[in-house]
Design a binder for this molecule. Sequence first.
Ligand code: 6GU
Length: 225
Amino acid sequence: MRIDIITVSPELIKSPFEYSIIKRAIDKGIVEVHFHDLRKYALNKYGKIDDYQFGGGAGMVLMIEPIDKCISQLQAQRSYNEIIYMTPDAKTLNQQMANKLSSAENIIILTGHYKGVDQRVRDKFITQEISIGDYVLSGGELAAAVLSDAIIRLIPGVLGDETSALTDSFQDNLLAPPVYTRPAEYKDMKVPEILLSGNFPKIEQWRHEKALERTKNIRPDLEKS
Ligand code: 6GU
């Protein structure tokens, strides 16, 4: 998979790709991530990429021309499955959306800033708009890193244990059950007996019950979806 991220602040978004599972996926050649500084496509030598909004109002809007130039240049080199715009006024990211995107070959992620982008960018280029939750961030960069991480870890070969993504919270609309490791007893706090029993069908049943219980208490809305 290839991910092209178009942003006003490439430096802000690079570090999540330089550690742990995501770094290893890149090192193994399973995914390529490229960052494009929107200012390099600016209208003038001062790097102008935004302007006041028509009709008045506070906040700058990213102009269509630099974004058009950047996206068109990328599209001239390869075709993209999705061109995603990160914005709070969109559908909220969930595991199902990440699952679908993890089978894409090439995607572009455009991150907003200020008041967002000229609507014509959204109308002409964008195939999918994604928010990461009901709160506002100062820019879409962190959201793009969140989306990329959620997608990359699902690509086959990225996680060592092929089954481990399947047992994550949300894969079956359930929160994950509690987990324990050594020691079996710490300052009077004991690990549930069942986990030490070696009875794997019983353990699976216990985990499922705990997952249901957690979901019911913390995220009852998930049970209904
Ligand atoms: Cl994608 N962008 C911004 N700026 N804020 C957000 C968001 C995105 N998702 C939730 N809040």
